[in-house]
Design a protein around this ligand. Structure first.
Ligand code: GRF
Length: 220
């Protein structure tokens, strides 16, 4: 049975689109069961609706405080019983409710090689620092900002004449492939987490200190 994915977005949703395109192949082993957002009027939600996928919006402005918003978000996500939750350009820090419901099952994609350049302006910060190589990190989400265990990374060269948008576009081309490959492997073959070490697929060491993907993949 295909792994159930809930994807959370805040923006244009090109990473979501890459996942949706991959899911068109039954062999991919993943089904996007819902797309959630923290705001309306974004292309990410339109992409989901266009694909006939249920959507939900949980706005922080409609909740008394952050904890209440986090509880509401956790409820909305849990209603779709996901095996994996993907933050694909979701621009809010998630709280303990969601984290505790899906320990080591929330995946974020970040446009830099963590632990370098965490935060909301990774590409801008990368250019400002003057590094020559950057990239993409797919990681499990913990209570910090872009600080959870790394699942996969890929490098992207920085060009001398790069501007933020140009570099981000090149990063995204790599990001789409890496996200699709990584989530697919996690779903189909399982993964293990021991401390900060994530092992993907059949070669994973048994044991681990937290549950991994269940449906469609090995539990280790
Ligand atoms: C991605 O590069 C993601 O890593 C970052 O924001 C971007 C979102 O792009 N956090 P999109 O909405 O998937 O097009």
């Amino acid at each position: 049975m295909a792994a159930r994915l809930v994807v959370l977005v805040s923006g244009t949703g090109t990473n979501l689109q890459a996942l949706l395109d991959a899911c068109a192949d039954p062999g991919y082993g993943v089904r996007v069961v819902a797309v959630g957002a923290d705001r309306d009027g974004i292309l990410g939600l339109e992409r989901a609706r266009g694909a006939g996928i249920p959507t939900f919006v949980v706005r922080s402005s409609e909740h008394t405080d952050r904890a209440a918003w986090d509880r509401a978000l956790a409820e909305a996500v849990a209603a779709y019983a996901p095996d994996i939750v993907v933050l694909a350009g979701f621009m809010k820090i998630i709280g303990t409710d969601l984290l505790e419901r899906f320990p080591n099952r929330i995946v974020n994609t970040h446009p830099a090689l963590l632990p370098s350049f965490p935060g909301a302006h990774a590409v801008r910060d990368t250019l400002a620092y003057g590094v020559k190589v950057t990239g993409v990190t797919i990681h499990l989400v913990d209570a910090g900002v872009d600080s959870g265990p790394v699942v996969a990374q890929a490098a992207v060269p920085v060009h001398a004449d790069d501007e933020e948008e140009l570099l981000h576009e090149r990063i995204k081309a790599v990001e789409h492939r890496l996200l699709v490959d990584t989530v697919g492997t996690m779903a189909r073959e399982g993964y293990s987490v021991q401390g900060r070490t994530v092992r993907l697929g059949a070669g994973a060491v048994a044991g681990g200190d937290a549950p991994a993907a269940r449906r469609g993949g090995a539990v280790r």
